[in-house]
Design a protein around this ligand. Structure first.
Ligand SMILES: Nc1nc2c(c(=O)[nH]1)N[C@H]1C(S)=C(S)[C@@H](COP(=O)(O)OP(=O)(O)OC[C@H]3O[C@@H](n4cnc5c(=O)[nH]c(N)nc54)[C@H](O)[C@@H]3O)O[C@H]1N2
Ligand SMILES: Nc1nc2c(c(=O)[nH]1)N[C@H]1C(S)=C(S)[C@@H](COP(=O)(O)OP(=O)(O)OC[C@H]3O[C@@H](n4cnc5c(=O)[nH]c(N)nc54)[C@H](O)[C@@H]3O)O[C@H]1N2
Ligand code: SF4
Ligand SMILES: [Mo]
Length: 751
């Protein structure tokens, strides 16, 4: 890697405190001011930080005096790691060789994760826009911050009803924190308008599992990727996004890897068969495979008869999905579809994994049901190597689904079930009528309600929607229309806290103790080895402090002081449920490198948590996606990720090694399109949709992307892909269709 040193490293003023920054009177937006004062040009962060000893990146010695076991705080693979500290400062990291998930390996993000703790840009003190909108955020005490928060929210609630508060959480807190937050939001603030960034992510998988099996819960395990004869990955680029899972493939002689992705991703390059299907033609492909399986008798009649419902309707529905028809819809040769169906149908054990290429769709939930259909008609579920399996995204996306009080009551209990509500209320010793009987608004609907002034207070916890929410313009309207916006984040300033009236500084991974649950339902221990900077506090402490001020601490959290107290109550709440955390202690979890709730895999006995115990087969039509390309907006824009960066880059952007490798956004375009538009390698281009323009993006001309499609990463605030993406959502899961919208591409113009 070539490291340049730019002028910003010379200009940086390392001693500027946040107070200086906030007080600086230049009429520049605060974000730009902070960047100027700290010498950060986010597009050039590597120049500012590469060699600055303040940040502990280069320490005197990297020989650790203490090693702490923990779990990686980035992705849902859930790798076990050892972090080395010297005099209390993190200096090294390595994979835990005894951990069953990663067996000693880590990807580049895990290896460098400890550097974020002393990186620049951490939030160190509460910040309040004391003089109101248009005035700077100034440092304030915790007392003032929490008082203002409760008095402003309280006033808005008295005037407009409790549900005027919308709360958006995340998949990146500890399970113990989600559990604590859920109680605070629902029983303390008494609003149902509570959701998380997980609706931008895993909601379609959750809904799809519920449609087929009657409950959420990934049925398989990573070990299935080793024992399967056929692994089919649909819209899942594990080589970039779950790198350590790649080690599970090719262990079994003769295993066939099939990857369905419109792009030639690194994962597609690993495949025996790459299916470069047309965007959003997945349902046709899946139904087409079912058609061939039925036509050629490659189904498990006994399993169908004993464990499924609605087979006859399903069988006649897929009759129309002939190989010829499916070939026309997907653009794949009919012989290839036949071959894939035969491989899947004759495998002793077949595994289907999927990620955002499936979930990020207006038909996300039903695409998941179509995947489940294939597993059900062939009996590829509940056995070694045989599973439909959603690969989750964030380190604790699972924990929020199980304990979080967003898409369900804690412990996968249903809002609309009297017995579920009674049971939960009894454990908590409260009257059942305090529990909501239906979920409140989902994330996109909270944002729309803020625009419509039905939600007037917004509280964002560990998420950065200015970069991650689709159709930025609408979000901006919500953030400016809402009367009070709180952002609770480990970093300051972030693109979202620029809109905040109040910022609460949070401790992050490495500074707090609890558990995360990974994609395969493995609960892993997360430990602290570093102190939060300045006055930053763990999210858990912030929630308890708020409950205290509301006068509800003893009622909601009797005798609680640490996250372990939350764990003990969560164990009681989950006991006997599908996601049962009660059999394990923190110590056992730590010693064994995590424990899987539900055991190795679910549904081994073919009994499903639906009335009657059978799984339901769904007839899923394949609909065209919302915004089709046309003469004016001729390209389909696909958005996604790269291995070096994490989401909105608050973490990886501050790590010189990672940011230096990918310092800015790019747009991938096929050579045929580039020559048609007279564009050359490295040209600067503008990406224009009906909603807005992403300006000045570097062009990469490559066969990785098919003609008619373009791709860009969504990691960059500076070149924000979500300026152009559209606000179209799955009617069932409410997940956005991040992967397709219509754009045109032009030479960059200085507008
Ligand atoms: N390095 C890194 N790792 C991460 C993350 C990160 O930000 N950086 N984020 C984590 C999170 S929260 C998540 S959710 C996961 C996401 O992990 P992935 O889902 O693997 O990531 P994406 O790049 O969003 O999208 C996956 C693929 O979907 C494909 N796709 C687009 N449209 C279609 C379609 O119509 N059909 C099919 N079959 N495929 C399509 C895209 O071409 C892309 O290759 O990664 C996790 N891991
Ligand atoms: N166009 C497009 N948009 C997308 C996607 C896409 O593929 N394409 N993917 C979507 C998906 S799958 C996801 S999951 C979302 C992710 O989108 P976001 O959730 O917005 O992304 P992050 O950057 O992970 O934001 C987490 C924030 O929490 C802060 N933080 C980290 N740890 C802690 C902590 O312990 N406590 C607190 N309080 N704060 C903390 C970080 O500094 C950061 O600001 O993006 C979605 N947006
Ligand atoms: S694969 Fe995921 S969990 Fe493992 S080290 Fe990389 S980012 Fe962390
Ligand atoms: Mo995600």
């Amino acid at each position: 890697m070539k490291l340049h040193r730019g002028p910003s490293s010379v200009d940086s003023t390392p001693d500027a405190s946040l107070a200086d920054i906030a007080a600086a009177a230049e009429p520049m937006p605060l974000w730009s001011r902070v960047k100027r004062l700290l010498g950060i040009d986010t597009a050039q962060r590597k120049y500012a930080y590469g060699n600055d000893p303040r940040f502990g990146y280069i320490s005197d010695s990297r020989v650790a005096d203490t090693w702490t076991k923990t779990t990686c705080g980035y992705c849902s693979v859930g790798c076990g790691m050892l972090v080395g500290t010297r005099n209390g400062k993190p200096v090294a990291a390595r994979g835990n060789p005894d951990h069953p998930v990663n067996r000693g390996k880590l990807c580049p993000k895990g290896l460098s994760e400890h550097h974020i703790l002393n990186a620049p840009g951490r939030a160190t003190t509460p910040m309040l826009r004391r003089g109101g909108r248009g005035t700077p955020l100034v440092p304030v005490s915790w007392d003032e911050a929490l008082d203002v928060m409760l008095s402003r929210i309280g006033a808005l609630q008295r005037e407009n009803g409790n549900e005027t508060l919308g709360v958006i959480g995340t998949g990146q807190l500890l399970t113990e924190e989600f559990y604590t937050l859920g109680k605070l939001v629902q029983l303390g603030f008494r609003t149902r308008n509570y959701d998380g960034n997980t609706t931008l992510c895993m909601a379609s998988a959750v809904s799809g599992y519920k449609l087929s099996f009657g409950s959420d819960g990934p049925p398989g395990a990573y070990a299935d990727m080793e024992t399967a004869d056929v692994v089919l990955l649909v819209g899942s680029n594990i080589a970039d996004n779950h790198p350590i899972l790649c080690n599970r493939l090719r262990k079994k002689p003769g295993q066939v890897l099939i990857v369905a992705d419109p792009r030639v991703t690194k994962t597609a390059m690993m495949a025996d068969i790459h299916l470069p299907l047309k965007p959003r033609s997945d349902i046709a492909l899946l139904n087409g495979i079912a058609h061939i399986l039925l036509r050629d008798g490659m189904v498990d009649r006994d399993y169908i008869a004993t464990h499924t419902e609605a087979f006859d309707t399903f069988a006649s529905f897929v009759q129309d999905f002939t190989p010829e028809h499916v070939s026309a819809v997907t653009g794949l040769p009919a012989e290839t579809i036949e071959r894939v169906a035969h491989l899947y149908g004759t495998a002793k054990a077949a595994f289907i994994g999927w990620t955002m290429g499936v979930n990020h769709s207006t038909q996300g939930a039903v695409t998941v049901a179509a995947i489940n259909n294939l597993a059900l008609i062939t009996g590829n579920i509940g056995r070694s190597g045989a599973s439909p399996f959603s690969i989750t995204g964030q380190c604790n996306a699972m924990g929020t689904r199980e304990s979080g009080f967003t898409s369900a009551l804690p412990g996968y209990r249903k809002f609309d079930s009297v017995s579920d509500r009674d049971e939960l209320a009894a454990i908590w010793g409260i009257s059942a009528d305090r529990l909501p009987t239906a979920r409140g608004l989902a994330y996109p609907d909270i944002i729309e309600a803020a625009v419509a002034k039905r939600v007037k207070a917004l509280w964002f916890i560990a998420t950065n929607p200015v970069v991650s929410f689709p159709n930025y313009k609408l979000l901006e309207q919500a953030l400016t229309t809402a009367e009070f916006v709180v952002v609770q984040d480990g970093f300051f300033l972030t693109p979202t806290s620029e809109f905040a009236d109040l910022v609460l500084p949070a401790a992050i991974w490495g500074e707090k103790e609890g558990t995360y649950t990974n994609s395969e339902r493995r609960i892993s221990k997360v430990n602290a080895f570093s102190k939060p900077p300045g006055e930053a506090r763990p999210d858990f402490d912030i929630f308890l402090a708020l409950a205290d001020r509301l006068g509800l601490r003893e009622e909601l959290y009797p005798g609680w002081h640490t996250t372990h107290d939350a764990w003990l109550e969560w164990q009681r709440v989950s006991a006997g449920r599908l996601c049962d955390y009660s059999p394990f202690t923190w110590q056992q979890i730590e010693d064994l490198g995590g424990m899987q709730w539900g055991g190795d895999r679910l549904y081994g006995d073919g009994s499903f948590p639906r009335e009657g115990g059978r799984a339901l087969l769904h007839c899923v039509p394949c609909l065209p996606f919302t915004e089709q390309p046309d003469a004016e907006y001729g390209f389909i824009l696909n958005t996604g990720r790269t291995v070096e960066h994490w989401h909105t880059r608050t973490k990886t952007g501050a790590i010189p090694m990672l940011n230096g490798m990918v310092p800015n956004a790019w747009l991938e375009m096929n050579p045929l399109d580039a020559s048609r538009l007279d564009l050359r390698q490295h040209d600067r281009v503008d990406i224009i949709s009906r909603r807005s323009t992403v300006a000045n993006v570097e062009l990469r001309i490559t066969g990785i992307i098919a003609p008619g499609q373009v791709f860009m990463p969504f990691h960059f605030a500076e070149q924000n892909s979500n300026l152009v993406t559209l606000g179209a959502f799955d009617p069932i899961s409410r997940e956005p269709n991040f992967k397709q919208c219509a754009v045109r591409v032009e030479h960059h113009r200085n507008r």
